[in-house]
Design a protein around this ligand. Structure first.
Ligand SMILES: [Zn+2]
Length: 334
């Protein structure tokens, strides 16, 4: 597997479906298109093969400027096209593409090699900003994530949503690698297949192409809702869980309505068969187990122990296994 670089894209790209991309571009390809302002905007899409919104927005952007010429140079990378071919987050034999970037804790792989190469090439080009576009499976509002609490990052994120999440874990994410040399955001554009998600992402990237600078001024807390991730919650590997049938952990099937809602202590998440062992592990950003700070079992019911705000809760059992059950967050003020 070798990274290819191109300064134009094949016409076919403009009308291709996400599941056809690996046929059009069998090699991982980094595109550099030149525009009026030379400092490029960087966009990555499809890092997760079942999250097509970013690619559809990019496609619409390329169509829009096909004959007009771009207002600013644009570099882009079409993440995991093989997984997109099958509509999966990643294939069984692949790492999660948004965990392989410099700073990763995963073992070196051909994929992490490519990611490191892209970062090295883009750092040389001193990008204006970096945007990585995702979907999620639960009911979540649109929001932007940043890995640094700096004015330009917050300003960039606020152009997408007043809801901003700061996190430093998991490691190896694209936005964190780019944050070392330019303002970087990850966009979460709701569930796949929603037209509004594509329009919102397109509006945002189009705005970024036209900006001459990113303000390095403090943003008033009145204009944003800023949260910090305090824990990532996984179901323990040896625990079987279900939303529908008898299992060691039976999760309530209305969980995703709690996303981005501050939920009080005592909120019930489901039922357990074992009274004495937590079926979940919550790890904080330092990787420490903080499960007992957040969860308890009372009378075979799994409960939240203190007020918190979950995000990314999903009913998709495969995603819960491959990624996590949810993140827990706390509000921060600047
Ligand atoms: Zn994703």
């Amino acid at each position: 597997m070798q990274l290819e670089q191109r300064d134009s894209y094949p016409e076919k790209l403009l009308n291709a479906k996400p599941n056809e991309l690996h046929q059009i571009l069998p090699q991982p390809t980094l595109f550099h298109l030149s525009g009026k302002i030379s400092k490029p905007l960087f966009i990555s899409v499809l890092q997760h093969g079942n999250e097509p919104t970013g690619f559809l927005a990019l496609q619409a952007l390329l169509k829009k400027y096909h004959s007009l010429g771009l207002p600013r140079s644009l570099s882009f990378f079409l993440g995991n096209t093989l997984a997109a071919g099958r509509g999966h987050r990643h294939l069984e034999n692949q790492p999660d593409f948004n965990r392989i970037w410099p700073g990763t804790e995963l073992p070196a792989s051909p994929e992490s090699q490519i990611a490191a190469e892209i970062v090295a090439i883009m750092e040389q080009k001193s990008p204006f900003a970096s945007i990585d576009i995702h979907n999620n499976t639960g009911l979540n509002p649109h929001y932007a994530c940043i890995n640094k609490l700096e004015n330009r990052f917050i300003y960039l994120a606020s152009l997408f949503s007043r809801l901003i999440v700061h996190f430093t874990r998991p490691k190896g994410v694209q936005s964190d690698a780019f944050a070392k040399f330019c303002p970087a955001v990850t966009l979460e554009c709701g569930k796949p297949g929603q037209k509004y998600g594509v329009e919102h992402a397109l509006d945002f990237v189009d705005t970024c192409l036209h900006l001459s600078e990113l303000k390095d001024q403090p943003i008033s807390s009145k204009n944003i809702d800023l949260f910090h991730t305090v824990a990532r919650v996984k179901v323990k590997e040896n625990i079987d869980f279900s939303f529908h049938k008898q299992a060691s952990l039976m999760l309530n099937n209305d969980l995703e309505w709690m996303n981005f809602t501050e939920i009080p202590a005592g909120t019930k998440l489901g039922k357990v068969e074992q009274q004495n062992t937590l079926p979940l592990t919550a790890k904080n950003e330092q990787g420490l187990d903080v499960s007992d700070n957040f969860f308890s079992i009372n009378n075979f019911e799994l409960q939240i122990k203190r007020q918190t705000m979950p995000s990314m809760l999903t009913l998709n059992e495969q995603i819960i296994r491959q990624d996590c059950l949810c993140y827990l967050m706390e509000r921060i003020s600047l």
